[in-house]
Design a protein around this ligand. Structure first.
Ligand code: PDD
Length: 278
């Protein structure tokens, strides 16, 4: 008899809840998104759904109708009644006996949570420390896939060093992005960030921050930079959906400028808050 063991219970395979055979669990075979709300309104849902559709295509997942996904997300968000919420959702390729190749006609499996977002006023006010870590990820980081082992190991290591985020560093010694955020630097009147490509996620927060640069008196320069250049920058910041603009005040224990959030970052955060209706 084919069987599974769930904790200490033996279950015939034919009676097993298919959730245990989810390819997301076996292989990280799926894609996800995180969207947030400000004051009861979801921000940039269209952009997140567009990126989600692209992620599905890039891993040859059977496409789930975007209008249907939007309905599910809006329904769950309304039901939760949380004004400042994170909506996490993923699609895996579905459930099947563990085999690397997937069978034809598998039904993708959708999962979503709505959770309350913690207040970020403190980290925005004080800024955060970050630590560098080698970028151990694969060569398609532009896909928002469920494979996050290198990201979580890097962030855990940074946390163990008292840091909020890990800055991932590629084999050429240049920062790719944060373990779960985009990274930008202010150098003079330039807002510098790595150009989009397979090494980084096309961050939606980064996209909006770049659009707001002009309002903060900054010109966008898309080029990679090293940790040493990050430390020498006038200001450093992270961009991520759940916290939008977060000032960075030190890298590996070395302070950026006077070790306090700078004026350009504050301005970008204020502009972003206005745009998002925070
Ligand atoms: N992470 N880069 C990586 C590797 C990320 O995981 C994220 C977001 C970002 C920022 O992207 P955006 O601005 O679109 O949120 C950049 C999400 C929030 C997460 O994994 O929880």
């Amino acid at each position: 008899m084919e069987l599974a063991m769930v904790r200490d219970s033996i279950v015939p395979l034919t009676q097993l809840d298919p959730v245990y055979l989810d390819r997301g669990t076996f292989f990280g075979d799926g894609v996800y998104e995180v969207v947030r709300s400000y004051r009861g309104r979801l921000f940039a849902l269209t952009e997140h759904l567009e990126r989600f559709e692209r992620s599905q295509r890039e891993i040859a997942l059977r496409l789930t109708d975007t209008a249907e996904l939007r309905r599910r997300i809006e329904r769950a968000f309304a039901e939760a009644g949380l004004p400042e919420a994170a909506v996490y959702f993923h699609l895996t390729r579905g459930s099947a006996k563990r085999e690397h190749t997937w069978p034809e006609g598998l039904e993708p499996s959708f999962f979503l949570t709505v959770t309350a977002l913690p207040d970020t006023a403190g980290i925005k006010e004080k800024g955060v420390a970050v630590a560098t870590h080698p970028d151990w990820r694969w060569k398609r980081c532009d896909i928002k896939s469920l494979n996050l082992l290198p990201n979580i190991l890097a962030k855990q290591a940074a946390n163990a060093r008292g840091c909020f985020e890990a800055l991932l560093v590629d084999e050429q010694g240049r920062i790719t992005e944060g373990a779960s955020s985009a990274v930008l630097a202010v150098v003079g009147d330039a807002l510098v960030t790595r150009p989009l490509g397979p090494e980084i996620l096309p961050s939606i927060t980064r996209h909006f921050v770049l659009r707001l640069a002009e309002r903060a008196g900054l010109t966008v320069v898309e080029k990679p930079f090293t940790p040493a250049e990050a430390v020498a920058a006038d200001e450093l910041l992270l961009a991520v959906t759940t916290k939008d603009v977060v000032p960075v005040v030190s890298v590996d224990g070395r302070p950026i400028a006077d070790g306090r959030p700078g004026p350009r970052t504050r301005r970008l955060a204020a502009e972003f808050a206005e745009l998002a209706g925070a």
